[in-house]
Structure formats: structure tokens, C-alpha cells
Design a protein around this ligand. Structure first.
Ligand code: ATP
Length: 604
């Protein structure tokens, strides 16, 4: 199987990855990790060296105590206090050095991990934002949120404590084992024997914990997704009284999460005492054998003391080392997913050598265009359309006819599969996104307001606009009156999704934003459907002003909007079935005449 099948996020949900595909994904995340560490290579190396020195200093303690007891005490008996004093001073120096080095590398490694995380977070955010609409329409916002939250958290956990635990644990236990062998090889063999039950205990723990941690991650992700979905769709939840069902579903998810947490705690309830037991048995055996050997004179008492102190410490980092495997696994999985998102390329790429567009006129042409979202399912089969500059087009047609698709193509949210779309004779693919966004503006049905003031929201259309320009734009579309009556006028904070302003007012703000942007081509996903009659009138008047002197494509669900259009296009199944002036089509016998008659009757 070709590994191209796992490019970008495509491999994310598959559990049947081939060896070759898994290898490719692993390499991709390693490359990402490498690129994150590369700028700090020097610092990472210095930190590692300090970690090694620090571990040696920490491990030196028991050996120095042994030397103090054996040599220092013996010398003291013959009134030579120098060896004991020197050992005590060395112990102190090693202790202070150990503490200082721990302090230094703790700060340094935290700085490194912070820098890596900030870089990764920023890269993911900027890249996701840069990706085309096609990506966002298929990759849900819940998944994007997971990448930015739980995935980055797993990586943070590994960087913050996991790496320290591993490096410290491996070095610490390794040096301790060397130290025990150096002091007394028989005790070293006892320690080696303890590794057998230790190995089986850790293997048993890892197998179970790996499964449990995976279930735990899935359970927590499900909780987040359920929460996000409920809160984003809170209106539908309330409208359809879905609260009780949500309560049951959420309760079930919480119970799953509780259960897996309880199982995890139980697992530690066996693992931790298991470690302590093995440690205690090892110390007891070392004490027994060592004691006999001290009595027979084949081992110095100080050496026995050092060995026992070492044996106790040997087991300290074991739990953390066993845990490291889990943090590593979840961080590796997270990094694989993030690297997948980062590998995605915008399906609507920026041209390498853009054609400059100065002062667009707004002449739009579809030349032999056909378009599909998914291969084999043409949404617009063979499409030609010429919209002269300044013309207002109303697009009508049944649901799913392809109206929004046409609008998305003019805004270049997608590129046509075949043929070309031009603005003033220039292929949209040759225009820089900056020129394109200046020339073509789309106002969506949602009329999204960002958190910030009303003025900020209008100024989105022209970031360097003065307050005067903002006010003039609001006046032009008839929004000034209601804005002025808001508690803080233009400085009023609109809550997320415009909670504090009505749907019609939100629409007017987005019209003011578009007016200020002053594009040559304006696309409106008909937005009046949710408005009451007075609001609709207000918006209709605003529309007249907004559409003057520019090319406009309006997706018209309400036929009242059609009255202000120069030309009506009736679409069915991705084709234009009627094309003409509103009056001409109303007077005829076609599809639009029927629609219009039905609409007029409904008003009576
Ligand atoms: N992102 C997408 N991926 C796949 N198919 C899509 C996507 N968006 C739309 N479609 C399909 O393309 C066809 C045209 O959809 P489009 O949204 O353009 O219709 P429309 O005329 O605007 O409908 P409506 O009036 O209901 O908004 C539909 O069959 C729809 O299922």
C-alpha cells in the first residue's frame, strides 16, 4: 500500500495502519520534534550535561558515608580526625552541588519545554488558520480543539516531568547499580536478582496501564466533545428540549470516566505496594547476607551501610520510569496527530508570482467550469457564466442546487476542478489572497461577530479605518441609530456570537463591515430569512446602499430580495435553468414565474 494514504490527517482515525504507514507517521513526528528542538540544541546539551553531573553528585552520598564510617572512624580512633572531616566536607559539597544543579536544570528544562510548547501551539494555530475551508468543513472543530488542548497537554506532561523522570531515573538507577557493584559485588548480585520480579511487575503494570490510559484519554475527549457540541448548539438543544437526553448522555460519559479512573487508581494500589515489597525484600536479603559477611570479616561495616542506603534508593524512581512509558505513548500519539495537521496543505494555495490587481472593476467570469467536493460527484457540471462589472445577481433555486457552492467559488474558498474563474480577466488562482480579499467580500448568513466592540467588528472590513469612517459606514447601511442606542454606543462589547444584539442588528453590523471594506464584488448568502418584517425592511434598505456601484451575487431565499437584482439566475442540480431580468422572468411561464406566483399568493 502506498504511504501517500496517510498524508496529513488521513491516517488519524485508522486502526489498520500497515508497518510502512506507521513508520512514515512516526518519522513525520520525529521530524517535527527535531525541528522544534533544533533552535535550542546547545541549551539542551548543556542541560543534559548538568543532569549527569547532578546525578553523580546525588549518588555520591551513600558511598561517602561508607568511606566516613570505614576509614574516617578508623583514623579517628588513632586521633587522626582529618579523613572524617574531609569526608564530611566532601559530602556537604556534593550535597550542595547536587541541590544547586537540580535547581539549575529544573529551571532550564522547564524553559526548554515551555519554548517548545509555545512554538508548537503557535505553529498549530497559525497553520490551522491558514488551511482552506475544505479542510475545516471536514475536520470538525471538536478535533481541532483536541489538538490544541488535550494533545498539547500530553506533550507538556511529557516535557515537564516525563523527560526529567526518565533521564533522572535511568541515570540515577544506573549509577546506583554501578556504585553498589563497586562497593560490593555480592550485594550487586542480590540487586540483579531483584530485577527479575521487578521486570515482571513493570511489564504487568505497563500492559494494563497502557490500555487504561488510552480508555481514559478517549473518555475525557468524549466529555470535551459532548460539552463543546452541546454548548455550540445550545439554541437547538433548548428548541428541541434535548436537555434531558443530554443529561443522560453526559451522565453516561461521566460514569465511564469515573470507572476508568477508579480502575487506574486500583492498578496503582497494586503496583506501588508491589514495588515497595520488592525493595524491602531486596534490602532485607542484602542486610542478611551482608551482616553475615561483616561478622566473618569479609565486608566492612561502612560498605554494608552504603549498599543498604543505595538499595533503598534504587527503587525510588521505578514508578516514575514505569509511568514514563505511558506519558511517552500518549505524547507520541498526540505529536503524530499534530504533525498530521501540520502536514496538511491549503487546497487553495497562494500563487508563487501573483498578478497585481489594482482597483478591481468586478467583472466575474466562469469559463467552462466544473466542480466537485468529492471525485465522481459533480456539484457544478459544466458551468459558464459572465457577470459584468456592477451587476446585481440574485441566485435562486431549490436547496442543494449549488448556490452556496457557486458563491464559495467566486470567493475562492475552493478552486474549480476544471476550467477557470476570472476577475477582470485574471484567474483567481493568480491573485494574492490580499488582493482577492480586498476585491471580493462574502457576507455569510451567520453574520459572525467577534468578541470586542461594535466598532472593532465594523473595522474588520478596513483595519486602519478611523472612527469617522466607521460611523459613516454604519450610517450608510442604516445601522447608526441602533448602535448609538446601545449602552456604550460604538464601544459596546458584543458577546461571542453577538449575544447582545439581535439577528437583524448583527446583520446590519456585518453590512457596515462590508460597506467599509468597499469590495468590487460582494457576495451575500441571503441573510434575511431569520428576520421579522420591520427588520427585513431595514435590511432591504441597507442592501440597496450596499449594492450600489459594485458587482453583487445574492443567494436569495426570499423572493422579496430579488426585486433589487438586475438579473436572476435560477439554479437546479448545479445548472442554470433560467437567466434574465426579474420582470422578464416573472412575466414568463418558467420555474421562476411559478415560484414567484406561489410566493405572492402566500402573502395574501
Ligand atoms: N463541503 C462539502 N462537501 C461535500 N459536499 C458538499 C459540501 N458542501 C455542499 N455539498 C453538496 O453540494 C451540493 C450543493 O450544495 P450547496 O450548499 O451549494 O447548495 P445550495 O443551493 O446553496 O443549498 P441551500 O439553499 O440549502 O443552502 C449539495 O448536494 C451538498 O450536499
Amino acid at each position: 500500500m502506498s504511504t501517500a494514504t496517510v498524508t496529513g490527517v488521513t491516517g488519524e482515525d485508522r486502526s489498520d495502519l500497515s508497518k510502512e504507514e506507521s513508520r512514515r507517521i512516526r518519522q513525520r513526528s520525529l521530524r517535527l520534534l527535531g525541528s522544534l528542538i533544533a533552535p535550542m540544541r546547545g541549551r539542551v546539551i548543556v542541560t543534559l550535561i548538568v543532569v549527569v553531573i547532578s546525578t553523580v553528585l546525588q549518588v555520591a552520598g551513600p558511598a561517602l558515608i561508607g568511606i566516613g564510617v570505614d576509614q574516617g572512624l578508623a583514623a579517628l580512633r588513632s586521633h587522626d580526625w582529618a579523613p572524617l572531616a574531609w569526608t564530611a566536607v566532601t559530602y556537604l559539597v556534593a550535597g550542595v552541588g547536587g541541590a544547586l544543579s537540580i535547581s539549575w536544570y529544573t529551571v532550564s528544562s522547564a524553559q526548554i519545554s515551555q519554548a517548545i510548547l509555545i512554538e508548537l501551539r503557535t505553529r498549530t494555530f497559525l497553520h490551522t488558520q491558514r488551511l482552506s475551508l475544505e479542510f475545516h468543513e471536514s475536520y470538525t472543530s471538536g478535533r481541532i480543539i483536541s489538538r490544541q488542548t488535550s494533545d498539547l497537554d500530553s506533550i507538556r506532561e511529557l516535557l515537564d516531568s516525563g523527560i526529567n523522570q526518565l533521564v533522572q531515573g535511568v541515570l540515577y538507577s544506573g549509577f546506583i547499580a554501578i556504585a553498589i557493584f563497586t562497593v560490593d559485588w555480592v550485594s550487586g548480585v542480590v540487586l540483579l536478582c531483584s530485577l527479575v520480579p521487578l521486570y515482571f511487575l513493570i511489564r504487568w503494570f505497563q500492559k494494563r496501564s497502557q490500555k487504561l490510559f488510552r480508555i481514559q484519554r478517549v473518555a475525557s475527549a468524549k466529555l470535551i466533545v459532548h460539552f463543546v457540541e452541546t454548548m455550540t448548539g445550545i439554541r437547538a438543544v433548548k428548541a428541541f428540549r434535548k436537555e434531558k437526553r443530554n443529561e443522560r448522555e453526559f451522565g453516561g460519559l461521566v460514569e465511564d470516566y469515573r470507572k476508568v479512573n477508579a480502575d487506574t487508581i486500583q492498578l496503582f494500589g497494586i503496583f506501588d505496594p508491589g514495588l515497595v515489597m520488592i525493595g524491602n525484600i531486596t534490602v532485607a536479603v542484602a542486610l542478611l547476607i551482608g551482616g553475615f559477611r561483616v561478622a566473618s570479616g569479609s565486608l566492612a561495616i561502612g560498605s554494608l551501610l552504603a549498599v543498604l542506603l543505595y538499595a533503598r534508593r534504587f527503587f525510588d524512581p521505578m514508578e516514575e520510569m514505569a509511568m514514563f512509558y505511558n506519558s511517552y505513548q500518549s505524547a507520541a500519539a498526540a505529536l503524530e496527530k499534530i504533525s498530521g495537521v501540520l502536514e496538511e496543505q491549503p487546497s487553495v494555495p497562494e500563487p508563487a508570482n501573483p498578478t497585481k490587481l489594482d482597483g478591481a472593476h468586478g467583472h466575474v467570469r466562469f469559463d467552462n467550469v466544473s466542480f466537485h467536493y468529492k471525485p465522481g460527484r459533480d456539484v457544478l457540471p459544466q458551468f459558464d457564466l459572465d457577470i459584468p462589472a456592477g451587476q446585481t445577481i440574485a441566485l435562486v433555486g431549490s436547496t442543494g442546487a449549488g448556490k452556496s457552492t457557486l458563491a464559495k467559488l467566486v470567493s475562492r474558498f475552493y478552486d474549480p476542478s476544471v476550467g477557470s474563474i476570472t476577475l477582470d480577466g485574471i484567474d483567481l488562482r493568480s491573485l494574492s489572497s490580499e488582493d482577492l480579499r480586498r476585491a471580493v467580500v462574502m457576507v455569510t448568513q451567520e453574520a459572525y461577530l467577534f468578541s470586542g466592540s461594535v466598532a472593532d467588528n465594523i473595522a474588520l472590513g478596513k483595519p486602519d479605518a478611523t472612527m469617522d469612517e466607521i460611523r459613516r459606514a454604519a450610517e450608510a447601511v442604516g445601522a447608526h441609530e441602533f448602535i448609538a442606542s446601545l449602552p456604550d454606543g460604538y464601544d459596546t462589547d458584543v458577546n461571542k456570537r453577538g449575544g447582545r444584539v439581535s439577528a437583524g442588528q448583527r446583520q446590519l453590523i456585518s453590512f457596515a463591515r462590508a460597506f467599509l471594506a468597499n469590495p468590487a464584488v460582494l457576495i451575500l448568502d441571503e441573510a434575511t430569512s431569520s428576520l421579522d418584517i420591520p427588520s427585513e425592511r431595514l435590511v432591504q434598505q441597507a442592501l440597496q446602499t450596499l449594492l450600489a456601484d459594485r458587482t453583487a451575487v445574492i443567494i436569495a431565499h426570499r423572493l422579496s430580495t430579488v426585486a433589487i437584482a438586475d438579473r436572476v439566475l435560477v439554479m437546479e442540480h448545479g445548472r442554470i435553468v433560467e437567466d434574465g431580468a426579474p420582470a422578464e422572468l416573472i412575466g414568463g411561464t418558467g420555474r421562476f414565474a411559478q415560484l414567484h406566483a406561489a410566493w405572492r399568493d402566500s402573502l395574501v
